[in-house]
Write a protein that binds this ligand. Structure first.
Ligand code: TMP
Length: 210
């Protein structure tokens, strides 16, 4: 069998619910696979047995919990995915694509829930250690377009108010402003293929796509 290309690269996909990041992550996965790379697509919270169970709790609209409980559950799910999937895969030379990562916690739990930003960043560190994504796409979109894209059946987080999502969106943009080299903001209100052309162009600076 043809040997797959190795390129340890960690790419994350971020944005508010309905921004289209999952579609873009899947398109990126197919692109890189077709170019012969060892590539894995993961999602947060989730992608390990324990993290998927934690995801069920986090998204269950019948449950309510304190903001700190919510924060710590996201971090617990993250510690699992980093320790059991992301770090070992990068060591084996995989391109790892992750649908959400710690910027989501900073945006949703710090800016959205209004928990202390420093505390949230410190808990992110406990979960991931020194791991930092090589590249992060932030799919920015206005709330109206995002709400129209998100499905009818809303999970616990998606039930939050418009003002909550506005804080999350502005939070993401603030995070991106502080880390311009890592985080690339993409206008996600455009057609899927137009957005993906941007993704490809930005990705091509990090990995050979020919
Ligand atoms: P998903 O719908 O993109 O799979 O994400 C699940 C929900 O969890 C979404 O509403 C965003 C939220 N979330 C947080 O609030 N904090 C986090 O750290 C992560 C990873 C997701």
């Amino acid at each position: 069998m043809h040997k797959l290309k190795e390129s340890p690269l960690f790419v994350t996909f971020e944005g508010i619910d309905g921004c289209g990041k999952t579609t873009q992550a899947m398109m990126t996965y197919h692109l890189l696979s077709s170019r012969g790379y060892k590539v894995k697509l993961l999602r947060e919270p989730g992608s390990t047995a324990v993290s998927e169970k934690i995801r069920e709790i986090l998204l269950d609209r019948k449950l309510s919990m304190t903001d700190i409980t919510e924060l710590l559950l996201y971090e617990a799910a993250r510690a699992e995915i980093v320790g059991r999937e992301i770090a070992p895969l990068l060591k084996k030379g995989y391109v790892v694509l992750c649908d959400r990562f710690y910027d989501s916690t900073t945006a949703y739990q710090a800016y959205g829930r209004r928990l202390d930003v420093k505390m949230v960043k410190a808990t992110n560190k406990i979960a991931v250690g020194r791991l930092v994504p090589t590249l992060t796409f932030l799919f920015d979109i206005d709330l109206k377009t995002a709400a129209a894209r998100a499905g009818m059946h809303k999970d616990r987080l998606e039930l939050q108010s418009k003002t909550f999502f506005n804080r999350v969106r502005l939070g993401f943009l603030e995070i991106a402003r502080k880390e311009r080299r890592r985080i690339k903001v993409v206008d996600a209100s455009r057609p899927i293929e137009t957005i993906f052309a941007d993704v490809k162009r930005i990705l091509a600076r990090k990995i050979d796509l020919k």
